[in-house]
Design a protein around this ligand. Structure first.
Ligand SMILES: [Zn+2]
Length: 162
C-alpha cells in the first residue's frame, strides 16, 4: 500500500518543472495532491459514495495514510465481504488514477458513471476468479448487490442454488 504515496501527482510534477499547472483535471476546480485527487475531489467523491454504499461500509474521513492503516486493521480475513471491500478500494484508486492520466496524457474523458461501472466489472471478474468463499451470513447480500453467482461460495445453501 505504501507504493501509493509514490504516485507522481501533479504537485510533484510541477515541483520538478514537468507540468506548469497543478490544477486537478477531474474537477478542474482545485489544486491536485493525493488527498484531493483520491478523497476530496468532487468527482472522486461521487465514485466513492456509490462504491462504499455497495459494500455496506462507511469509510471514515481520514487522510491517505490513516485510511490505509484503518483499512488494513479493519478488513481482515478472506470472507466475500472483506474481499469485495478490499477490491473496491484498490480498483477505485486504480481507476481514478487511470482516468486522471487519460485526461492528462490522452485528452480523453470518462464520466463518474462510466468509471463506477468499470470498477464494478473489475471487482466482479476478480471475485469470480477467486471462488471458494466460506459460507457466511453476509454472503447473500453481497451476492445480490454484486450480481455474483452463488457458485463463488464453497459450500452451504448458497452453493446448492447453482
Ligand atoms: Zn479534483
Amino acid at each position: 500500500m505504501a507504493i501509493y504515496n509514490r504516485l507522481g501527482t501533479l504537485d510533484g510534477m510541477v515541483a520538478f518543472g514537468v507540468m506548469d499547472t497543478s490544477r486537478c483535471v477531474l474537477c478542474e476546480a482545485n489544486d491536485e495532491n493525493h488527498n484531493h485527487l483520491f478523497f476530496e475531489c468532487s468527482y472522486s467523491f461521487r465514485i466513492w459514495s456509490t462504491m462504499t454504499a455497495k459494500c455496506n461500509v462507511n469509510w471514515p474521513k481520514l487522510n491517505w495514510n490513516h485510511l490505509v492503516n484503518w483499512l488494513a486493521t479493519q478488513l481482515t480475513g478472506s470472507s466475500l465481504a472483506v474481499t469485495i471491500c478490499k477490491l473496491v478500494f484498490t480498483y477505485s484508486i486504480y481507476c481514478i488514477w487511470l482516468e486522471r492520466n487519460c485526461r492528462i496524457f490522452q485528452a480523453t474523458k470518462s464520466t463518474e458513471v462510466a468509471i463506477i461501472s468499470r470498477i464494478k466489472e473489475l471487482v466482479r471478474y476478480r471475485v469470480m476468479s477467486i471462488t471458494n468463499f466460506k459460507a457466511d451470513l453476509t454472503n447473500n447480500c453481497f451476492l445480490k448487490e454484486w450480481s455474483l453467482p452463488a457458485s463463488v461460495i464453497k459450500s452451504g445453501l448458497a452453493g446448492l442454488n447453482v
